[in-house]
Design a protein around this ligand. Sequence first.
Ligand SMILES: Cc1cc2nc3c(=O)[nH]c(=O)nc-3n(C[C@H](O)[C@H](O)[C@H](O)COP(=O)(O)O)c2cc1C
Length: 195
Amino acid sequence: MNYSDLEESIKARRTVYPISFSGNKAPKSIIEKMLELANWAPTHLRTEPWRFKVFSDLGLVSLLDECKDQYVKNVPAQKFNITKLDRFEKHKSSVSHIVAIVVKISGKVPEFEEMAATAMAVQNMWLYLSNTNRYGGYWSTPQYLMNEDFNKCLNLNRDEKFLGLFYVGELKDNAKLTKGNRSNWREKVEFIKTS
Ligand SMILES: Cc1cc2nc3c(=O)[nH]c(=O)nc-3n(C[C@H](O)[C@H](O)[C@H](O)COP(=O)(O)O)c2cc1C
């Protein structure tokens, strides 16, 4: 890969929401390659803290049913939106796989380092999917899933933390992706030169 391919890959990666998924399943080879590449993220002391639980088929249906229950239980009445509940039903037929993103806290390095490493693993997955030109992903972190009850459904150990769901699917032929947009990088950077 040359530099311009890398630049293009980074800038072309987009969040692909399930509304843009065709409903076709991603083959096992795609899912396995995605997870293999996730495993190449950098990691302090090689703790390799990322853990993934991959839901498909009936597993995906049960997970989405659980998400619905959590939504009903945890979203306050004034924020409750019935179309969100319907969305989970639609996801059952549009999404190929859902990956629960988990970090296993080793205690050997500060916790933020293991969260950072796990996020880099997710970026690897996302870039890979984008590069297939056929599959895409979306990282979802709803507050109503961030609780002990949902952790139990995911069978998390005490040293594991849930960092969200990564939805994977095949893009529809006419999928319109959100427009990539970032404010000027220079506004976020300070160059410090002291003699
Ligand atoms: C850690 C993380 C959590 C996210 N959680 C959500 C979410 O809960 N809901 C959502 O709509 N998008 C979520 N996103 C996706 C962002 O909305 C998306 O990355 C952003 O709009 C930029 O679009 P792009 O990914 O196409 O560049 C999340 C992204 C990251 C990195």
